[in-house]
Structure formats: C-alpha cells, structure tokens
Ligand binder design. Structure first.
Ligand code: AMP
Ligand code: MG
Length: 487
C-alpha cells in the first residue's frame, strides 16, 4: 500500500513533446471535498483506501496541489462528430496529469477532467459540473463491474465554484484512469493536418506501449489495427448484450484500446428498446441503441482512413471485414449465456431476436427479465414473466421454443443453472433514475446516496441484503428522463 506521495511516474506521452500536447496547470476548485472514491480504482495505483479521506487527496484531485513528477498536459486531437469532421478538438477541460506505474508493472494515465481552460477549450469554460462528474464516475465503475472494458474513475471531488450551464451549478473534477487516453481522433488529427512524421511517432508510441505483441507480426501496424477492430467488436457486443447506450460515439470518444470512453448522456436500457436514443441532441438517432453496431464499424473506417499512410487500403478493408462477424460471435455467445445456454445451435440467434422483439413490443424491463429467467427451472420461470407481455400468444410460442432448447442443452441442476445465469445477468444496473436520485442528494450536499449506489453497482450480480430498491423498474417520473447533454 502506498501513500499519495509514493506514486511512481513515467510521463511517456508528455515526452512526445509539444506537437502532441501542451503544458497547462490545473485551475483549482474552491473548497474541495471528497464526493466519492473507488477503493477498487485506488487499488490499481496501490493506494491505501484511507488516503481518500485526507484533505491532501481532495486538494490533489481538485487542482490545488501537484506531485513534483507530474507533468500536466492537454492533448490535441480531432475527430468526426455526428459524421462531420471537426479539424481540431483536444482536451478542452481535462488534463493528463501524468502516467503512473503500479507495483504489478501496469501503467495508468491519471486524467483530471474539469481542470480548467486549455488551448483546446474553444467556447467552453474548461469545467465539469458535479452532475456529469458523478455520472462518469458511476458509469465507469459500474461497467467495469459488469465486465465491460472501460476507463476507470478514482474519485469525484466537489467544490463551491459556481459553473454556469442551463442554470448555475457547482464545479467538480473526476479523476479518470486508463492505460491510454489516445483516441481514434489523435490519428485523424495528424493525418488531416498532414504531419506524417508525428503521425508515425504516434503510431510507434501506441505500438510499443500498448500493442508490443504486434511487433512480432510481419506487418505490425496492420496487426495493431486488426487488434483494435477486434477489441471494438467485443466491447460493442458487450454494450448491446447489457443494454448500454453510449450516446456520443464520435471518433474523438473512441479509444485505441477498445475501452468505453468519455461518458456523456449515456444510459442503460430500462424497457428493451432497440431504437432508444439517449442523447437528446441526437435528432437523427445516429447513436441510437441498435445503431451502435454499424457506427462502431463506421468509426473504425474513419480510423482506417487515417492509417492509410502505413497500411494498404486492401489490408485495411480486410481487417474492417472482421468487425461484423466478430461482433456477432461475441454478442451471440454472451446472449446464449444470458439465456442460460451452454451449447450452441444455429437457431439461437433467432431465439434471441424473437425474444427482443417481444420485449420491444411490450416494453419489458430488459435487465430484470433476464435476471428472473434464471431464478427457477426454465419451465417455471417463464410463467410469472409472461404477465409482462401484451402478445401472450407470441410469448407462449417463444417460451415453448425456449423450454425445448433448454431441455436439449444439458443435464444440470436448477442450482447450477441459477448460479450460472445470475453470474452473467445483473440484478443492479445504473438506471438513469438511480443516478438522478444520487445526484439530487449530492447537489444538496449529501453524498451518502452516491456512495451507496456505487457500492451496490460494484457487485451487480450478487443479491445484496436491504438493497431491493436498487433492483426495481423505474417509477413513472424516472422512465423518460431528459439527461442534459451539457456537462
Ligand atoms: P465531449 O462531448 O465531452 O466529448 O467534448 C467534445 C469536445 O469539447 C472535447 O474537445 C472537449 O474537451 C470539449 N469540451 C466539452 N466541454 C467543455 C467545456 N466545458 N470546456 C471546454 N471544452 C469542453
Ligand atoms: Mg469527448
């Protein structure tokens, strides 16, 4: 266990120099206070969880203090936003404070979001509000607990600093951890500004630090791109299987590590709805729930374009061709497991699709249906779940197909079936209304609800005593919350 001043820094991105990032000091927030910290994320840095309660902790992660070895930098990147290219974006309100090694030799970027203005702030104020910082924190740690690759969050620090959005709010900072903060948009920036040397330097950096095994391949850059395609296919398969809607899949929000990144107006589905749009500025539904799959490929094509100086177009196309089949394989595998199946049959895809269509038409709670499907033997489980469906004949036909499929699947006890299904079907997910309750309390100075919700979400598959209220469908007021895109 380490104290806060015992972290080991090695700031490799900063060493790439001024073409890649700009030195900027964080602008401190007034009266910093700990809102919530993640013990699990602290463990990634070998930090003693007790240090979260110290005033130095809040001061460090609200920009008042810095380690001597930290080298805060704002990174430059660009990206395609809603399909259109924006030539320059960059860290407009976040800083890469430094890169830290833990005792296991793992490397973590420390990124402070909400740290004030940078040369990339454009029209923004460089700040993040408490509401959006809490949402990013909870989402990072909740997705991780579900087994979905994601950036992590160490803590949220609140303050008394006023920040103006639709109304006056309070500034906050969230400390994000990731093995890298390099986005598709980093490669796009150097490609479109025609800086081939920096482009190559960036590619070497990513290859050496994040894809060293690709060096062994005849075409290392191609092997790296293929790996990025594979990781994205797997990540998006998990989003779809767990009902996670990212909301702003611009290429500047896509990580070269294939992790979920940059949380904005995201949402988990309550009722299953393939057409769900969580981002209220997304009028066309470009980033609707079901569009996430083709958009994943679109984004990878945008990255491929930026890699054309290194890789032949034919090879890039071939690698892109891996995306859909890989996505489908991962998705189906996970959905089979969610249905409690241990073997594969060709008709399983149709079994899944029929169920989703029935759920869609009846507005059935996606998470709770799958959770309760594992509570009893298949034959008994479907009976109480039937009540949620409007098309009873349709559901009965599906249930017959499902029960027959389970009977063919294997010989296991109900206890084994429950255990196996509950291990992949969460009881607790980050429903928008739960986040909203926690935020409302935090905005009035009570952080206990954020902390409790975070605790519950760190063990989403495990039934927790006294936490029934976190495993319910949303009340009427919480069903169609308009989550503000301003953050
Ligand atoms: P996002 O929608 O959070 O991915 O942000 C898109 C771009 O706008 C990024 O370059 C951000 O750094 C920048 N940005 C978002 N909010 C602010 C803000 N309040 N101040 C400065 N820049 C911002
Ligand atoms: Mg972003």
């Amino acid at each position: 266990m380490k104290a806060l001043d015992e972290l080991t820094f090695d700031n490799r991105f900063a060493r790439l120099g001024d073409a890649f990032s700009t030195h900027v000091l964080p602008e401190p927030l007034d009266e910093p206070r700990l809102v919530v910290a993640s013990k699990a994320a602290m463990a990634l840095l070998d930090l003693d969880p007790a240090v979260a309660e110290t005033s130095v902790f809040a001061e460090l992660f609200a920009g008042h203090k810095l380690w001597a070895e930290a080298e805060p930098r704002a990174m430059v990147y660009s990206g395609h936003q809603f399909g259109g290219y924006t030539p320059q974006l960059g860290d407009g309100r976040g800083l890469l404070l430094g890169e830290v090694y833990n005792e296991a030799g793992e490397h973590w970027d420390l990124h402070l979001k909400g740290a004030g203005m940078t040369p990339y702030s454009r029209m923004g104020d460089g700040r993040a509000v408490l509401r959006s910082s809490i949402r990013e924190f909870l989402a990072s740690e909740a997705l991780h607990a579900l087994g979905i690759p994601t950036s992590r969050a160490l803590c949220v620090i609140g303050s008394s600093t006023p920040v103006w959005r639709e109304k006056q709010e309070r500034g906050a900072m969230v400390l994000r951890l990731a093995h890298s903060h390099i986005r598709f948009g980093h490669f796009e920036y150097f490609y479109y500004t025609k800086k081939p040397e920096q482009q190559a330097e960036l590619a070497e950096h990513v290859l050496n630090l994040h894809y060293p095994e690709c060096r062994e391949q005849p075409e290392p850059y191609l092997a790296m791109f293929r790996e990025i395609v594979e990781r994205n296919a797997e990540m998006i398969a998990k989003w779809q299987a767990y009902g996670f809607c990212h909301g702003v899949m611009n290429t500047d929000n896509m990580s070269i590590l294939g992790i979920t990144f940059d949380f904005g107006p995201f949402a988990f589905l309550d009722d299953f709805d393939a057409h769900f749009i969580c981002n209220h500025s997304d009028h066309e539904g470009r980033y609707s729930f079901s569009n996430q799959v083709p958009i994943g490929q679109w984004n990878l094509s945008a990255l491929a374009q930026a890699l054309t100086p290194f890789i032949s177009v034919d090879a890039l196309k071939e690698a892109l061709g891996l995306y859909l089949p890989l996505y489908q394989a991962h998705y189906l595998d996970l959905m089979r497991r969610r249905l409690g199946l241990t073997t594969a049959e060709d008709a399983d895809q149709q079994l899944v699709e029929r169920l989703l269509k029935l759920m869609q038409n009846s507005g059935v709670d996606y998470t709770l249906f799958l959770r309760h499907l594992g509570d009893e033997p298949a034959a008994l489980a479907v009976a109480p779940l039937r009540d949620d469906f409007v098309d009873l004949a349709g559901f009965d036909a599906w249930a017959e197909q499902y029960k027959a499929r389970v009977a063919r699947d294997g010989d296991y006890t109900q206890e084994q079936r429950r255990e196996r299904m509950h291990a992949v079907n969460p009881l607790y997910i980050l429903r928008n209304y739960l986040a909203q309750n926690a935020i409302a309390a935090a905005e009035s100075g009570d952080y206990s609800e954020v902390r409790r919700l975070h605790e519950v979400l760190t063990r989403p598959f495990e039934e927790q005593a006294g936490m029934e209220q976190y495993a319910q469908r949303p009340p009427d007021w919480g069903k169609h919350l308009e989550i503000s895109c301003s953050s």
